[in-house]
Design a protein around this ligand. Structure first.
Ligand code: CP
Ligand code: NVA
Length: 309
């Protein structure tokens, strides 16, 4: 019997999307994250450097990767695309080739997944997805890690996503397939996850259902998740239309009360109290958002060690 060892092509160990990994590979990353959180002294990045390119703002991703790389013995260089020659038309291919001569890993946050994939095609060192308009896999590794700290093994449990079927939702869908949990998403019409992502989940046999009713989504859910109504890749011009479409999707205390007893609340942050979530929920006892933020650090260490050691 031939087991699937990896779904990724050969070459540098890119971390681009959860769907590129088997469940076993992702589980090994969570185990490594737990070891780092327990204080593993390993320094797999000793003598190595990570370049971090941010085309969009970031607090958690930037700080967690920078501290993670340094605590693993490595160096980092944080670059704003604005200050790079990329901003003046240097090609992604040339940038990938040049950076590959200086550093042993490249993180990119961009609003163009196509750019991320082009960088990965041309880099001879691992490329890590620090968020695109389509996905945010590093975040979801921290989210599953956090879920399991609070609620035990995620397999067979239900997570509810309430709000925009955005980049973070897409990575949750991929996670549902790989970690075997039930995912119900309630999104307004017009803001559903992309059909490609839902078709992929169906092909994988994932337990992913999409509807428009938040009450339905949170039924028996051990965790309720939401995200901002306006993502960094969305135009500010959409703010008013989105605010009205998403108003019935606010995660309120009343909605949390309809989830399973003891359900937790997650949000990747940054959050907007009074919009996607009520202050009493995100600042209340069910909220694990700061554990989730801290766990970015431990999850990022696992990803860096896997990709770069
Ligand atoms: N959750 C997250 O990725 O946060 P930042 O945008 O601050 O990196
Ligand atoms: N969906 C949000 C996530 C931020 C971490 C965005 O893309 O802006």
């Amino acid at each position: 019997m031939s087991a699937v060892v990896s779904l990724r092509p050969t070459g540098p160990k890119h971390f681009l999307d959860l769907k590129d990994f088997t469940g076993a590979e992702l589980r090994a990353l969570l185990d490594a994250a737990a070891a780092f959180k327990r204080g593993s002294p390993k320094k797999p990045l000793a003598g190595k450097s990570l370049a971090m390119i941010f085309e969009k703002p970031s607090t958690r991703t930037r700080v967690s990767f920078e501290i993670a790389a340094k605590e693993l013995g490595g160096n980092t260089v944080a670059l704003s695309a604005r200050d790079m020659q990329i901003g003046r038309g240097e090609t992604i291919a040339d940038t990938a080739n040049v950076l590959s001569r200086f550093v042993q890993g490249i993180l990119l946050r961009t609003d163009s997944a196509a750019k991320l994939h082009e960088l990965a095609r041309h880099a001879s060192v691992p490329v890590i997805n620090g968020l695109t308009e389509l996905s945010h896999p590093c975040q979801i590794m921290a989210d599953i890690f956090t879920f399991e700290e609070h609620k035990g093994p995620v397999a067979g449990q239900r997570i509810a996503w309430v709000g925009d079927g955005n980049n973070v939702a897409a990575s949750f869908i991929e996670a549902a397939a790989r970690f075997n949990f039930s995912l119900r998403l309630a999104c307004p019409v017009g803001y559903m996850p992309r059909p490609e992502v839902l078709d992929w989940a169906k092909e994988e046999g994932a337990d992913v259902e999409v509807g428009i009713d938040p009450d339905w989504a949170v039924e028996n859910a051990a965790c309720v998740v939401t995200d901002t109504w306006l993502s960094m890749s969305d135009s500010e011009d959409q703010a008013a239309a989105r605010a009205s479409a998403f108003a019935p999707y606010q995660v309120t205390a009343a909605l949390m009360a309809k989830a399973a007893k003891g359900a937790i609340f997650q949000h990747c942050l940054p959050a907007h109290r009074g919009e996607e979530v009520a202050g009493e929920v995100i600042d209340g006892p069910a909220s694990v958002v700061f554990d989730e933020a801290e766990n970015r650090l431990h999850a990022q260490k696992a990803i860096l060690a896997w990709a770069m050691e």
